[in-house]
Ligand binder design. Structure first.
Ligand code: CMC
Length: 429
């Protein structure tokens, strides 16, 4: 893999560093022995130039707007695949055969129920608790319910834990929603596909028959596909770091959910819709665009910009199409939020500030409008992201555990505090 080397000079010391190439994408300079040879660390706040691991799962070319899972473009997966097929691909590395797909769907479907005692766990939360707070707690609590799949050294237990989380996340997410709105929990139904089952658990009530709309179920499934994995983002790196200590998989995924909640990450879909609602009408857009450009104003256009994409987020394009399909199916014409979104996008894409900084709409810009049309309140948006991203976190966690180079993640620092000083008794301070 090593083709060339880089030479680094620090004072009178010179050190040769191996340069490694992947199959596609930028090379990396292997600095693993840097501290041993030079007594220096590298400094990269926000990890903008740091590759933390080798991975075969997802590839992003941010300049070209490309996203591949195991080599397959996201556009093809979203157009032709379904979410469980993508889950299989992320977990096992290849698309399933028809028999493998049938077996995988069966195994996931037959893990969807949660331990009945979990339902009592929910009642410990305040009724007005944010569903993401409930998700952090309940997913973390799974390790207390499923002791038989927490031995991470056993590949079988790891796969059981993986399937359990992919299967139970929709059930837990729907329970968080039902608890939030004061309706009874709806049990999963095994003859429905993953997305239809989730919609039913969210929107059915015991007193009425619920018929799944296939167009909306397909849109839900596509939203799950678009969020399934995104290489070493903040929450995935959190899962890997938590897992590097040997923590159990349920605890690691709970850590990922906690990280995802932030508005700069998964919380942006909720924040984007709130922003569109706040803007309210097309005539107010210039005011908000001016605020986004003002260095002294902390306001940012939510749903715009990305650490890696310096081009149109390929997921945003598919999401925009899905938004139109859902609104069309539901007969929602002249949706004011969509009108604001489309005009905001048009202005931002032609504005010098956004062009120069390469700020394009990201996936969160359109997902909020679609989720709202599907019937979800904004507080559920990040929960849906967590549900879909669970498979990515799990695939990355499994890959890390199987990596022979894996060690506990332990970054170092540039210390800028006080140098050593002597303790002063309180009477003399
Ligand atoms: N609106 C206005 N200005 C922006 C925005 C924005 N949304 N995003 C970045 N900028 C400016 C920023 O002020 C900075 O300007 P300058 O160079 O003059 O200081 C420049 O663009 C670079 O921004 P940055 O914060 O250094 O970039 P980053 O890579 O650290 O941040 C980001 C990436 C996604 C956190 C950021 O673009 C942002 O806060 N966007 C809004 C939140 C959002 O939509 N997040 C969802 C990301 S996609 C889903 C996910 O990954 O979870």
């Amino acid at each position: 893999m090593t083709e060339q080397s880089a030479t680094l000079k620090i004072g009178d010391k010179s050190v040769d560093l191996a340069v490694k190439s992947g199959t596609i994408g930028p090379d990396v300079i292997d600095i693993g022995a840097l501290y041993k040879n030079t007594a220096s660390f590298t400094y990269d706040p926000g990890f903008t130039s740091t590759a933390s691991c080798e991975s075969k799962i997802t590839y992003i070319d941010g300049d070209e707007g490309v996203l591949l899972h195991r080599g397959y473009p996201i556009e093809q997966l979203a157009e032709h695949g379904d979410f469980l097929e993508v889950c299989y691909l992320l977990l096992y590395g290849e698309l399933p055969t028809a028999a493998q797909k049938k077996d995988f769907d069966y195994r996931v479907t037959h893990h969807t129920m949660v331990h009945e005692q979990m339902s009592r766990f929910f009642t410990g939360f305040r009724r007005d608790a944010h569903p993401m707070a409930v998700m952090c707690g309940c997913v973390g609590a799974l390790s207390a319910f499923y002791h038989d799949s927490t031995d991470i050294t056993d590949p079988h237990q790891r796969m059981v834990a993986s399937l359990r989380m992919i299967a139970k996340m929709p059930t837990i997410a729907a329970m968080a929603y039902k608890y939030h709105i004061g309706q009874p929990f709806v049990y999963p139904k095994n003859d429905l596909d993953y997305a239809s089952n989730f919609l039913r658990m969210c929107f059915a009530v015991p007193c009425e028959e619920y018929v799944v709309n296939p167009v909306l179920a397909r849109a839900m499934d596509r939203i799950f596909i678009l969020h399934a994995d995104h290489e070493q983002n903040a929450s995935t790196s959190t899962v890997r770091l938590a897992g590097s200590s040997g923590a159990n998989p349920f605890a690691c995924i709970a850590a990922g959910i906690a990280c995802l909640w932030g508005p700069a990450h998964g919380g942006a879909n909720e924040a984007a819709l709130n922003m569109l609602q706040e803007i309210g009408s097309v005539d107010r857009i210039p005011e908000y665009v001016a605020r986004a450009k003002d260095k002294n104003d902390p306001f940012r256009l939510m749903g715009f910009g990305h650490r890696v994409y310096k081009n149109y987020d390929p997921r945003a394009k598919i999401m925009q199409k899905t938004t139109h399909e859902v609104l069309g199916e539901l007969g929602i014409k002249d949706d004011p939020l969509l009108e604001v979104a489309m005009e905001l996008e048009r202005i931002a894409l032609t504005d010098e500030y956004f062009i120069e900084k390469k700020l394009y709409p990201n996936i969160d810009f359109y997902s909020g409008i679609t989720l709202k049309a599907l019937g979800f309140p904004t507080t559920m948006f990040t929960v849906l992201f967590a549900l879909a991203r669970t498979v990515g976190w799990i695939a990355q966690w499994n890959e890390m555990i199987e990596d022979p180079q894996q060690r506990i993640g332990r970054p170092r620092q540039l210390y800028i505090g006080e140098p050593k000083r002597d303790y002063v008794p309180v009477s003399k301070r």
